[in-house]
Design a protein around this ligand. Structure first.
Ligand SMILES: O=P(O)(O)OC[C@@]1(O)O[C@H](CO)[C@@H](O)[C@@H]1O
Length: 306
C-alpha cells in the first residue's frame, strides 16, 4: 500500500465567482466542500487509480469529522488512519475566477498539536510504515509540530527501506531535504525560495545537492523537470489547459508514486505525473481528475532527456 501523510489536513472550500475583484463583494455562483490538505488529495487520486492507499495525519473538531465523512465517500481502496486531536482541523478557501480560471487560495494556519498528540502520531506512523511500499509526506505543518518533523519521518522511512517523497515548503522543506528523501517535489516558487534561483534547472540541481536523491519539480503549464540518479528529463503537456490548478501538484505526486511502486522508469513516471496533473486542472477541484483528459494526455505528453 501507499501511505500519505497530511499533518495539516484541511476541509477545502471552493467558491466560484464570475470575476474576482479585490475591494468588492461577490456573489458565489457555486460552492463545494472537499476533504483536503495535500496528502489527502494525493491519496484520493491514488485510490481512484486503484492503488491501496492509507491516509494518516491529524483530524479534530467538527471540521475534522466532516473531512472524515467526506473521505469515506471517496472512490477506490482508501483507508482512513488519521490520528484524532483536540484542536479543530483547519479550513482552506479557494476562490476561482470563472473569467480567467485563476484560483486565489486562503489557507488557515491549522490546529495546535500537543506534544502528546505528536508522539501518538509518531507511533502510528511507525506501525503504518511496516506495510508501506512508499510514503508521501505532504503540505505545511500545523502549530506545535516540530519544524524538523519531516526530517524525522524521512529518517524513519529510510531506516525501514520505504521510498519516501517530500512535498512541502519553507523551513520544513529545507530541513527535510537534508534528511535525504528519495524524491522531493517542489513547485517553481518553492524551489526559488529554497535556492534563491528562479531558473528551474540550476535551482533543481542545487536542491539535489542539498540531499534529495531525485528532484521532480512541477512547473505548472511547463510540465515537470526531473533530476535523478538515472538521468535528467523534462516532460511537457501538449498545450496549456484552462481550469482550476488547485491540487495539480498533488496529482503529480500521486502519478510519481504510483508509477514508482509499479517499478516504472523515470520517463514513464513523469508522463503519468504530468498527465494526471493536467487532467486535474480540467476537474472541478483538488484530489480529482478528468478521466477522459487523463487518457488523452498520456499519449500526448512529451519527454525529452537533457
Ligand atoms: O497549507 P498547505 O498544507 O501548504 O496547502 C494546503 C492546500 O492548499 O493544498 C492543497 C492543494 O495542493 C489544498 O487541498 C490544501 O488545502
Amino acid at each position: 500500500m501507499i501511505l500519505t501523510v497530511t499533518l495539516n489536513a484541511a476541509l477545502d472550500l471552493t467558491y466560484r465567482v464570475p470575476r474576482l475583484l479585490p475591494h468588492t463583494s461577490h456573489r458565489v455562483r457555486h460552492s463545494a466542500e472537499r476533504p483536503g490538505g495535500k496528502g489527502v488529495n494525493v491519496a484520493r487520486v491514488l485510490a481512484a487509480l486503484g492503488h491501496e492507499t492509507v491516509v494518516t495525519g491529524f483530524a479534530g473538531g467538527a471540521t475534522g469529522d466532516t473531512l472524515r465523512r467526506l473521505l469515506a465517500e471517496s472512490t477506490g481502496p482508501l483507508t482512513d488512519a488519521l490520528v484524532p486531536i483536540t484542536g479543530a482541523t483547519r479550513r482552506t478557501v479557494a476562490v476561482v475566477d470563472d473569467a480567467t480560471g485563476d484560483a486565489t487560495q486562503l489557507n488557515e494556519a491549522g490546529p495546535d498539536v500537543t506534544p502528546a498528540e505528536w508522539a501518538a502520531f509518531d507511533d502510528r506512523y511507525g506501525q503504518l510504515l511496516r506495510d508501506a511500499d512508499a510514503v508521501a509526506l505532504c503540505g505545511s505543518l500545523p502549530p506545535g509540530v516540530p519544524v524538523g518533523a519531516y526530517a524525522h519521518l524521512i529518517r524513519q522511512a529510510r531506516a525501514r527501506h520505504v521510498p519516501v517523497l517530500l512535498d512541502t515548503s519553507g523551513e520544513p522543506l529545507r530541513r527535510g531535504i537534508a534528511a535525504r528523501p528519495d524524491v522531493v517535489k517542489p513547485n517553481a516558487a518553492e524551489l526559488a525560495a529554497l535556492t534563491g534561483s528562479t531558473d528551474p534547472l540550476p535551482a533543481a540541481l542545487d536542491a539535489r545537492r542539498r540531499g534529495a536523491h531525485a528532484v521532480a519539480a512541477s512547473l505548472g503549464p511547463d510540465g515537470m523537470l526531473a533530476i535523478t540518479p538515472d538521468g535528467t528529463w523534462r516532460a511537457t503537456p501538449p498545450a496549456p489547459l484552462r481550469g482550476n490548478p488547485t491540487g495539480a501538484g498533488d496529482s503529480a505526486v500521486a502519478g510519481l508514486l504510483s508509477a514508482l511502486t509499479e517499478g516504472l522508469p523515470w520517463p514513464d513516471r513523469l508522463i503519468r505525473a504530468v498527465s494526471l496533473s493536467a487532467a486535474t486542472v480540467r476537474a472541478p477541484g483538488a484530489g480529482e481528475f478528468d478521466a477522459g483528459a487523463y487518457e488523452e494526455l498520456r499519449t500526448a505528453v512529451r519527454v525529452e532527456e537533457l
